[in-house]
Design a protein. Structure first.
Length: 129
């Protein structure tokens, strides 16, 4: 039997019933201050998500600074990383974090082989042709 998710002693169903400002009382101080400042913006975003989800469309956003609240759990958001929109499934463990933390703006460097002319041996091969 899988252990049920709890956040600060409350289940996800209990958390979804809370208002945004009530949820802010459960998170750490920096996140709490952010939620209190952005509460109207967060509520507008959640309302937009519900509206767009009802139309069976994908939810695209550039708002990387929005804090994940319980009402966003189980949504799939397309979060902009500066170049493309990355699909991110919101899970309960993301509560209290910002959306931008899950759509990384920098990719891991993938080094390949050196190009033609990049080394002395490949330069000699390029001039023989």
């Amino acid at each position: 039997m899988a252990k049920e998710f709890t956040y600060r002693g409350q289940t996800i169903e209990q958390l979804k019933l809370l208002d945004t400002r009530e949820f802010a009382k459960l998170v750490k101080s920096r996140t709490r201050r952010t939620i209190m400042k952005q509460s109207s913006e967060i509520e507008k975003f959640v309302a937009k998500c519900v509206k767009v989800k009802a139309k069976n469309k994908q939810i695209k956003t550039h708002l990387r600074d929005i804090v994940v609240v319980p009402k966003l759990v189980d949504y799939t958001l397309l979060i902009h990383n500066g170049k493309t929109f990355l699909p991110i499934q919101i899970i309960p463990e993301m509560l209290g974090h910002r959306l931008g933390e899950f759509a990384l703006t920098r990719e891991k460097v993938k080094h390949g082989s050196a190009g033609i002319g990049a080394s002395k041996s490949s330069m000699a091969k390029a001039t023989k042709k």
